[in-house]
Design a protein around this ligand. Structure first.
Ligand SMILES: N[C@@H](CCC(=O)N[C@@H](CS)C(=O)NCC(=O)O)C(=O)O
Length: 209
């Protein structure tokens, strides 16, 4: 049985979505990042980097951090959500790396400087909000030509991007000017596995707030 340490956050939601898509049983454990539980000694023993999500097993023999690595592990281990076709597979990796190195940090830093920074720093807001919007526009161009971010098939790259686009309000972002991202987002949100994962995480967060 898998155990997932998570909260109702953009990076966390990716893991239960993948597990629901794969039809695999798992237990969710709340780590309230708003209360700083990710920096507790107990949690740091699981992930020295002090961040959710974390995937582990009953005996904790195998513990994995970093949402993109977890998505790839689950896809490879269970043989779904990652094409065997070399081109589609390469496009999936490309979008996962774009997500982890570009879109995710831009959204996170934009939200931080808009909502949490102890002083207003216009240049930081402009830089990170500008970059987040640029990433959204890049995704919109990709999705103008194909149904999913890596091509014709839904993959772990869609799950990765979905996490932050689901939580876009944190960075004051909308999909008003990116109709193709909006169409894709609505299609992913409508998937039963995605709805189940969001429901479970939101319940977990409300019970541990
Ligand atoms: N690159 C990591 C980022 C993980 C991350 O930043 N998680 C956030 C929640 S979405 C977190 O734990 N924040 C609390 C903190 O950084 O102290 C991943 O993709 O898993």
């Amino acid at each position: 049985m898998y155990h997932v340490y998570a909260f109702a956050t953009p990076n966390s939601v990716k893991v239960p979505i993948a597990l629901e898509e794969l039809g695999i049983d798992y237990t969710l454990h709340a780590v309230n990042v708003r209360k700083g539980e990710q920096k507790s000694d107990v949690f740091l023993a699981l992930n020295a980097n002090g961040k959710v999500p974390v995937l582990t097993t009953d005996d904790r023999e195998f513990t994995l951090t970093e949402s993109a690595a977890i998505l790839l592990y689950l896809a490879e281990k269970h043989g779904q959500l990652l094409s065997q076709d070399p081109v589609h597979r390469a496009r999936t990796f490309e979008q996962l790396f774009v997500h982890a190195s570009g879109l995710s940090p831009a959204f996170g830093q934009a939200g931080y400087f808009l909502k949490f920074a102890p002083e207003v720093m216009p240049h930081a807001i402009e830089r990170f909000s500008g970059e987040a919007n640029r990433q959204l526009k890049l995704l919109d161009a990709i999705l103008s030509a194909q149904p999913f971010v890596a091509g014709d098939e839904y993959s772990v790259a869609d799950i990765a991007h979905f996490g932050w686009i689901w939580r876009r309000a944190f960075a004051n972002l909308t999909l008003d000017d990116t109709p193709n991202v909006q169409r894709w987002y609505d299609a992913v949100l409508a998937r039963p596995a995605v709805a189940r994962a969001i429901g479970k995480l939101e319940l977990l967060a409300s019970e541990n707030s």
